[in-house]
Ligand binder design. Structure first.
Ligand code: DGL
Length: 274
C-alpha cells in the first residue's frame, strides 16, 4: 500500500488550481496530488465519449497513486464523465474510493445567493450542452429559472494570458450581454468553469450593479470540509503530511510558467506520460 494517500485534484489543465487554492486554505493538513491534462486540453468542446475516456484514465492514475478521494475540479469532466465513473467504473476500479465533482456542491448552495430566482450560468460549450446545471439546480431549487451561455473563447484567452488585455473586453462584454439579454432580472452569474475566476475583475467591471458573480472555489472547498466530516471512513484514509505534488501531461516547464496565475504562488510540476 502507498505510504502517502493524497487527495487527488483533477482538471483538464490549469483551471483546477483555482479550486485547489481554496481547498488548501481550508484543509492545509492533507496531502494533495494535482493532475492537469494539459496535453489534451481544452476539454470544453470535446464529445461525451472523449471527455469520459480521458477523465477515466486520469482517475485510474490517481487511484494508482494511492488516492482514496479524487475531486474532478473541472466542470466539463464533472458534467460529462462523473456520473458514469461513479455508477459504472468505481465498483470495478476500487469500490472503497470516491470521486466527487464540482457541480453538485455548487448547485446545492446557489439558491442562497439569488433574490429574483433568476440565475445565469457561464460555462464551456460542453458544460452548457450537458444541461447538468439546469437539471441539478431544478432538483434543489425548483423555483429558480436558469439561463445558460457558452463562452468558448474565454478559456483560450486565459490560457494565452490575454485575459487582462483590451482584446478580451470584446468577448467578455459579448457573453455578458448575451446572458443578461436572455432573461430580465438575473441577479446571480455563476462562473461554471474553473478558468473563469481569472476574468472576475473584467466581468465585474462590465456588469450593471446588483448582480452577484459567484466563483466555485470557495463553495467546493466548504463542501469538501463538510464531506470529510460526514465520511470518516474516507477522511481517515487521507494522509496528513502537508505534501503537494503537481503533474501535467504536457510540458512541466510550460505548466510552471503559467500555473502561478491560477494558483497564486509558484509551483513545480512533473511531466506525466499517459
Ligand atoms: N476547466 C474546464 C472547466 O471547468 C474548462 C477548460 C477546458 O475546456 O478544458 O470546464
Amino acid at each position: 500500500m502507498a505510504t502517502s494517500q493524497p487527495i487527488g485534484i483533477f482538471d483538464s489543465g490549469y483551471g483546477g488550481l483555482t479550486v485547489m487554492k481554496e481547498i488548501l486554505r481550508k484543509l492545509p493538513q492533507y496531502d494533495y496530488v494535482y493532475l492537469g491534462d494539459n496535453a489534451r486540453a481544452p476539454y470544453g468542446n470535446r464529445s461525451f465519449e472523449t471527455v469520459y475516456r480521458y477523465t477515466l484514465q486520469c482517475v485510474e492514475w490517481f487511484f494508482e497513486q494511492g488516492c482514496p478521494l479524487v475531486i474532478l475540479a473541472c466542470n466539463t469532466a464533472s458534467a460529462k464523465a462523473l456520473r458514469t465513473i461513479q455508477q459504472n467504473d468505481l465498483q470495478k476500479l476500487n469500490p472503497n474510493n470516491r470521486v466527487l465533482g464540482v457541480i453538485r456542491p455548487t448547485t446545492e448552495k446557489i439558491g442562497e445567493f439569488t433574490k429574483t430566482n433568476k440565475i445565469g450560468i457561464l460555462a464551456t460549450s460542453g458544460t452548457v450542452q450537458s444541461g447538468s446545471y439546469t437539471i441539478e439546480i431544478e432538483k434543489f431549487y425548483p423555483r429558480i429559472h436558469v439561463s445558460q451561455e457558452a463562452c468558448p473563447i474565454w478559456v483560450p484567452l486565459i490560457e494565452n494570458n490575454e485575459h487582462n488585455s483590451p482584446g478580451a473586453d470584446y468577448f467578455v462584454k459579448k457573453h455578458l450581454n448575451n446572458i443578461l439579454g436572455k432573461e430580465q432580472g438575473i441577479d446571480v452569474l455563476l462562473l461554471a468553469c474553473t478558468h473563469y475566476p481569472l476574468l472576475l475583475n473584467k466581468i465585474q467591471q462590465f456588469l450593471p450593479a446588483g448582480i452577484t458573480v459567484l466563483s466555485q472555489g470557495e463553495i467546493v472547498a466548504d463542501s469538501l470540509v463538510n464531506y470529510l466530516q460526514r465520511h470518516p471512513e474516507i477522511e481517515q484514509r487521507c494522509s496528513r503530511n502537508g505534501e503537494r505534488t503537481f503533474y501535467t501531461t504536457d510540458s512541466a516547464e510550460d505548466f510552471d510558467n503559467h500555473a502561478s496565475i491560477f494558483f497564486g504562488q509558484p509551483l513545480q510540476s512533473k511531466h506525466l506520460a499517459l
